[in-house]
Design a protein around this ligand. Structure first.
Ligand code: COA
Length: 571
């Protein structure tokens, strides 16, 4: 791979402004026209603990956070030591010295060091909080990060905190620049000069879900705050009321999904957003939605579990819950996003599918994507199709659960003359009245489940990456797809026969397509960020494929090199 990109990692203690520093760098790279992909990880505590933000910026499309870093900025000794093993010859390291909490001693061989007394400078300016701005001032001169953009973002961020805070930070930024200029530049890393402008936005995964919801015609949203999903509600709270929609912060997840069901029954396009523990609480009402054929959409932003687990950390471990976290035989659709662009597009899709098929739809994202800011083409709302539910045309006798050729029974908003819309959790016949007849229960199950078969045929379920026969086929899902994409490209460039299979429709599984893919491959590798190999489990259960599991779950995503090495090991 040619090195068209630069990876900058900033790390220190939560509360020191690591996230803001990363945001500034990402914004500057994006405004320079570069494609940006960020990854951040921080503790569950409000203050203290290791926080890290990585910005990958390139003149070409980037699909993941990259292997390691080219430039590292350490705010404290802990961050330095945790990253020492990743410093290779040529890496540039900016670190808080002297006057910080550590003396790194001799740097690893070939590593280029830039000691910047960040803490001391902030102390001298009598503004300890602005240590991060000293760092960013130094980074901007050392690595060609646009001063103009940083100042714009800095003004926007801190002006609302008052003139004093703003001025301290501007002063600290200038001090950082002065300290950076005083050092001799000894490495080749730099952020590229501005590229020609193109029509893109830079947006985080959670905000992109919110944007997708607005584009997708959302009318009602109810949620209970939970990391890492809360920003979806924050985005919707700003934009939905302006468009005539309603938002409720419910007292818990059971209340929020119940309100979503109620609003949908009343005719509104409705959704909620949560994480694993919240989705678990919603399972009873998702059964109710399945039985009453009420369209509902739930976004599940996965985090490290179970229980309170590792709430701010990345994991892909809710697939069992999303697919089978249900009582009785209850149909549902489960979709999974790959990247921030999908967060917009597939939120629209998920709302459409819920309305069209009158089923609960769970859209899965994850902690890495939730906070990852990425460059995406500016979405044009006019280019998205908003599918509305099939409504009763007023002809004949209204039967809410009428058996129809396309398996979809027309809905009638409550209050429609001559149409009694019964939404019931009890098994029912066509009119909606309770019905315990054994044959009826069987027929109604068939009606509800056969709708899912249609989705497999009608919704774009998978993407195949690479042609011909392959020694190794890689099946993966969620944000791991972006990592595998790059690994497949790297391997194929080296002549290794490898292909990728990327499902977005997780349930029902497009079994024929899994089988057809596997038939063109020798071994099948399934990398996932979970302990049990949850997708691999479903592949074994539903297909004849015998996948090789590759699991990590330490709160961090895979890197492309990990996949490359694993494939080589298998070959
Ligand atoms: N001058 C003034 N204020 C500054 C500053 C500076 N130079 N640099 C940063 N700040 C402010 C930021 O604006 C932010 O305040 P805001 O929220 O009012 O905007 C605050 O300091 C934190 O800085 P930030 O850069 O955003 O984050 P950080 O790297 O210091 O990390 C947390 C701190 C709190 C954001 C992070 O640790 C966190 O969110 N933890 C998770 C909490 C959680 O979700 N727990 C889960 C419970 S289940």
């Amino acid at each position: 791979m040619s090195k068209k990109d630069i990876i900058i990692r900033v790390a220190g203690e939560g509360g020191e402004g690591i996230i803001s520093t990363g945001d500034f760098i990402a914004a500057a790279c994006a405004r320079a026209g570069m494609d940006v992909y960020t990854f951040k990880t921080f503790p569950a505590e409000i203050k203290g603990g290791y926080a890290m933000y990585q910005v990958r910026a390139s003149s070409e499309k980037v699909y993941n956070q990259g292997d390691s870093f080219d430039v590292f900025c350490a705010f404290n000794g802990e961050a330095f030591e945790l990253n020492r093993h990743l410093m290779v010859p040529g890496t540039a390291v900016v670190y808080d010295f002297p006057g910080g909490d550590f003396d790194p001693g001799p740097l690893p061989e070939g590593v280029i060091g830039y000691p910047i007394p960040m803490s001391q400078a902030a102390k001298d300016l009598k503004s300890y909080r602005s240590k991060n701005m000293v760092a960013i001032g130094a980074l901007s001169v050392l690595f060609n990060i646009s001063e103009e953009t940083i100042k714009k973002v800095l003004n926007k961020k801190f002006a609302k905190k008052g003139a004093e805070v703003l001025n301290h930070n501007l002063e600290a930024f200038d001090k950082g620049k002065e300290l950076g200029r005083a050092l001799e530049k000894k490495d080749a890393w730099k952020v590229s000069d501005p590229l020609p402008p193109h029509d893109v936005i830079v947006i985080a995964g959670n905000d992109a879900v919110g944007l997708g919801a607005i584009i997708g015609g959302l009318q009602f949203f109810s949620a209970y705050p939970i990391t890492p999903a809360t920003e979806i509600a924050k985005y919707v709270a700003i934009h939905l009321p302006k468009r005539g929609g309603d938002l409720v912060q419910a007292e818990d997840e059971i209340a929020s999904i119940s309100q979503v069901l109620g609003a949908s029954y009343a005719g509104k396009r409705s959704m909620t957003a949560t994480s694993g523990p919240g989705l678990a609480l919603m399972s009873e009402m998702l059964g109710m939605a399945a039985m009453s054929e009420t369209p509902v959409m739930v976004v599940d932003v996965q985090r490290g579990g179970p229980s309170t687990g590792m709430p701010t950390k990345h994991e892909q471990s809710d697939l069992f819950l999303a697919i089978h976290g249900v009582h009785g035989d209850a149909p549902r659709l489960v979709l999974s996003v790959e990247d921030v662009k999908d967060c917009v597009d597939m939120t629209v899709d998920a709302l459409n599918l819920a309305e069209k098929y009158q089923v609960p739809v769970i859209l899965m994202s994850d902690g890495s994507l939730a906070f990852s800011t990425q460059t995406i083409p500016t979405p044009d709302p006019a280019k998205y199709q908003v599918v509305t539910r099939k409504r009763w045309d007023g002809q004949g006798t209204y039967k809410r659960y009428q058996m129809t050729d396309d398996l979809i029974s027309p809905m009638a908003d409550p209050g429609t003359p001559n149409a009694m819309h019964i939404a019931t959790g009890l098994e029912h016949g066509e009119t909606g009245a309770p019905n315990w007849n054994p044959q009826n229960h069987w027929d109604m199950h068939k009606k509800r489940f056969n709708k899912l078969d249609r989705v497999v045929k009608e919704y774009k379920p998978v993407e195949i990456h690479g042609e011909g026969r392959a020694d190794v086929g890689i099946i993966t899902w969620g944000s791991t797809i972006g990592v595998v994409r790059e690994a497949v490209e790297r391997l194929r460039a080296q002549g290794v026969k490898v292909k990728g299979f990327y499902p977005k429709l997780m349930w029902p599984m497009p079994v024929e397509q899994y089988e057809a893919f596997a038939a063109t491959c020798g071994k099948i590798l399934v990398p996932e960020v979970n302990f049990q190999g949850q997708l691999a489990h479903f592949i074994r259960a539903e297909t004849s494929i015998k996948p090789i599991r590759y699991n990590i779950c330490g709160g961090l995503p895979f890197t492309p090199s990990m996949i490359v090495d694993k494939v080589k090991e298998l070959i």
